[in-house]
Ligand binder design. Structure first.
Ligand code: ADE
Length: 274
């Protein structure tokens, strides 16, 4: 997958992609991230890409022409599945959106700034507008980083344990259950006995119960949605459509028994990476 990020601050963004899992994903050739400096597309002597808003309100607006030039240059080189614009008034980013973006081949992310971009750019070039939350950031760079991170980690081979991406919070509509690692006892605080039992069915049941309870307490909105889905779900609905990202619901995992892994009573089925 290739992500092209159009930003006024490429140096700030590059640090983010040069560390840890995102850097490894690129070295392995699983993801390519290209940063483009929007100042390079400026039509002024000073390298600016913003201008005063028509109608006389406060603040500056990113001009349509330099941004359109940058997008069209890239589109002349390859096909892009989405041209994303990060803005607080966009569609709220969530796990299903990350899942569906992870199936794309090439995407552009334009980081918004100032008062935003000229509306004509949104109308004629942007195919998707994304907000990462109901708050206003100084620019779209952090949003682009959040989106890229959430998407890249879903690409096959990026995180060591394939199954663990499917078991993330939100993948099945529930928050993830608590996790423990060594030591088995710290300051008298013990790892729950069931995790040391070696009984896969019991462990899966415990994890499901914990995830359900945690979701009920912390995210009643998700809990209600999950319970509603449970009452209407048919086993055939659990079959993924070809080409779509459909994680296995936890209940199904329970019904079909434990995953085939080497069990170590000290660390349970934990995956110790790095
Ligand atoms: N730019 C400024 N605030 C933002 C937000 N909440 N989400 C995405 N882009 C933004």
């Amino acid at each position: 997958m290739r992500i092209d990020i159009l930003t006024l601050f490429p140096n700030m963004m590059s640090m983010f992609f040069e560390e840890s899992i995102l850097s490894r994903a690129q070295k392995k050739g699983l993801a390519e991230v290209h940063l483009h400096n929007l100042h390079d597309y400026s039509l002024t002597r000073y390298g600016s890409v913003d201008d005063y808003p028509y109608g006389g309100s406060a603040g500056m607006v990113m001009a349509v022409e330099p941004l359109a030039n940058c997008i069209e240059k890239l589109q002349g080189e390859r096909h892009y599945d989405e041209v994303i614009y990060t803005a607080p008034d966009g569609e709220m980013f969530d796990q299903p959106m990350a899942n569906s973006l992870s199936l794309k081949e090439n995407i552009i992310i334009l980081c918004g700034h100032y008062k935003g971009v000229d509306e004509r750019l949104r109308e004629h070039f942007i195919t998707k507008e994304i907000s990462i939350g109901d708050y206003v950031l100084t620019g779209g760079e952090l949003a682009a980083a959040v989106i890229s991170d959430a998407v890249i980690r879903l690409l096959p081979g990026v995180i060591g344990d394939e199954q663990s991406a499917l078991e993330d919070s939100f993948q099945d509509g529930l928050l993830a259950p608590p996790e423990y690692t060594r030591p088995v006892e710290f300051r008298g605080w013990k790892v729950p006995d069931v995790l040391l039992s070696g009984n896969h069915a019991k462990i899966e049941q415990w994890r499901f119960d914990q995830a359900l309870e945690r979701t009920r307490q912390r995210r009643p909105d998700l809990y209600d949605g999950f319970m509603e889905k449970l009452t209407t779900i048919e086993p055939k609905d659990l079959e993924p459509e070809p080409g779509t990202f459909e994680p296995e619901p936890r209940e199904y995992i329970c019904m079909y028994g434990p995953p085939e892994t080497d069990f170590n009573p000290q660390i349970g089925n934990g995956f110790l990476d790095e």
